[in-house]
Structures are given as C-alpha cells and as structure tokens.
Design a protein around this ligand. Structure first.
Ligand SMILES: *[C@@H]1O[C@H](CO)[C@@H](O)[C@H](O)[C@H]1NC(C)=O
Ligand SMILES: *[C@@H]1O[C@H](CO)[C@@H](O)[C@H](O)[C@H]1NC(C)=O
Ligand SMILES: *[C@@H]1O[C@H](CO)[C@@H](O)[C@H](O)[C@H]1NC(C)=O
Length: 207
C-alpha cells in the first residue's frame, strides 16, 4: 500500500504524467472531431443501417479453360490467352510476370457438357520465381439458374496444392455484398497443346 501510494505521489508531478495528460487531451480532441465527422457522414447518407439481403450460402461452379497456343493455332477454340513475357535475358522458368486473360465458360457440373451457368472473366498473373503460382482476379458472371449476378473472386492458385482457398470479395444481383471463401480444386488437366483444364470453385458465402 505504502509503496503504491509513494509511486502515485511521485508520478503526479513527473514529466511522464504531464506528457500523459497532453496525450489524453490530444486523443480526446481526435475522438471528438471524428465523432463529429461521423455524425455528418450519416446525415449525408454515406453511412446507414442497411442490411444486405441474404443470398445463397453455398454455390459451386466449374471453370473450363483452354489456352491459346500459337503452335497449334487453335484460334477457333480457346478462351484464354497469354500476354507478352517480360523482356529479360536471364532464365524465367515459371514465367514470372506473365499475364493470361480469360473468358471461361462456367458449368454446374464437372463436364463441359453439364448445365451452363455463365462465364468467368478476368486474368491470372504468374507471380512466383520458384514454382507455378497463378494469382487469379476474376468476375464469375452467373447468368443462368436460380441465382443470377456476379461474384468477385481473387487469390492464389498454387499449382502443387491440391486445395486452394481464394477470397470472395463481393458480388452483385443474388450475390450482392457476398464475402467468403472459394475452395478451388483441379478437376482435370490435359497438357496436350493447347493446354486445357477444369477447376472447381466451391463457395462458402456470408452476407
Ligand atoms: C528488349 O530489351 C532489349 C534490351 O534492352 C531491347 O533492345 C529490345 O528492343 C527490347 N525488346 C522489346 C520487344 O521491347
Ligand atoms: C452477365 O452475362 C449476361 C448474359 O450474357 C449479360 O447480360 C450481363 O450483362 C453480364 N454481366 C456482366 C457484369 O458482365
Ligand atoms: C457450405 O460450405 C461450407 C464449406 O465448404 C460447408 O462447411 C457447409 O456445410 C456448406 N453448407 C451448406 C448448407 O451446404
């Protein structure tokens, strides 16, 4: 008790206490000015108590990608194409810095012949020096079925991983404001030029 009181007394007039008071005043000033601007923002309508409508909690689609390959010149049957590689003279075994733009059909089942759902438009960027790593950024436009709208997805597809987790960052229509996880798996790949693959995306969504 005594030592506690001693500490309190000695603190009372120390530079530390003076500084703490000053800091407290600054924090109060900042807090009150931000609460004023917060009140202003809600009057202007930029802040509201709106609640997102509920969309589907789960949604699965299959994406089918066929790369354009100049060697076989499949110009009538491709849906993704590589941009120019970086202009470098040293080896680049995993095509670091190369972008592929795609407009891929989406289906409700793993076969390209299963019910169509819409398409995925976006790109992936090869973003590792040491392995095949495809950073995907795309919009899944679901235009057929019970739920229509778009879903914005981004995340890494690391080729060696059997399961990859991408981020659902938003949506429109039935998927308005959706957030969550897109669990991605490679279903099928054919390396024969032109390369073709099918991937599944199982979405776990929150609104
Ligand atoms: C690639 O870089 C070299 C060396 O800087 C340059 O001479 C050449 O014009 C560049 N090629 C292209 C297609 O930009
Ligand atoms: C989604 O696809 C439908 C059908 O093709 C089209 O009408 C709509 O404009 C597309 N939406 C977006 C955001 O691309
Ligand atoms: C939705 O997906 C998540 C993650 O895969 C799973 O845990 C959950 O059981 C699914 N819910 C429904 C209703 O299918």
């Amino acid at each position: 008790m005594t030592s506690h009181r001693y500490i309190m007394t000695s603190l009372r007039s120390s530079p530390f206490v003076l500084f703490s008071c000053f800091l407290g005043a600054v924090i109060l000033a900042v807090l009150s000015s931000s609460s004023i601007s917060g009140a202003k923002a809600s009057e202007d309508g930029s802040c509201s108590n709106k609640v997102l409508p509920c969309g589907p909690a789960n949604f699965t689609f299959y994406l089918h990608n066929t790369v354009y390959n100049p060697a076989v010149d499949n110009q009538d049957s491709f849906n993704s194409i590589y941009g120019l590689p970086p202009n470098i003279s040293f080896p680049n075994p995993f095509n670091f810095g190369v972008m592929n733009t795609f407009e891929d059909p989406l289906t409700s089942g793993p076969s390209i012949n299963s019910a169509p759902l819409g398409k995925a438009q976006g790109f992936y960027l090869l973003d590792s020096f040491n392995e095949y790593m495809l950073f995907h950024v795309f919009t899944a436009n679901i235009s057929v079925g019970d739920y229509t709208g778009t879903i914005a997805i981004l995340g890494q597809v690391r080729e060696v991983d059997s399961v990859r987790y991408l981020t659902v960052i938003g949506g429109t229509g039935a998927f308005l404001g959706a957030r969550g996880v897109a669990t991605n798996r490679l279903i099928d790949i054919d390396h024969t030029p032109p390369a073709k693959w099918t991937m599944s995306f199982e979405l776990d969504l929150y609104y």
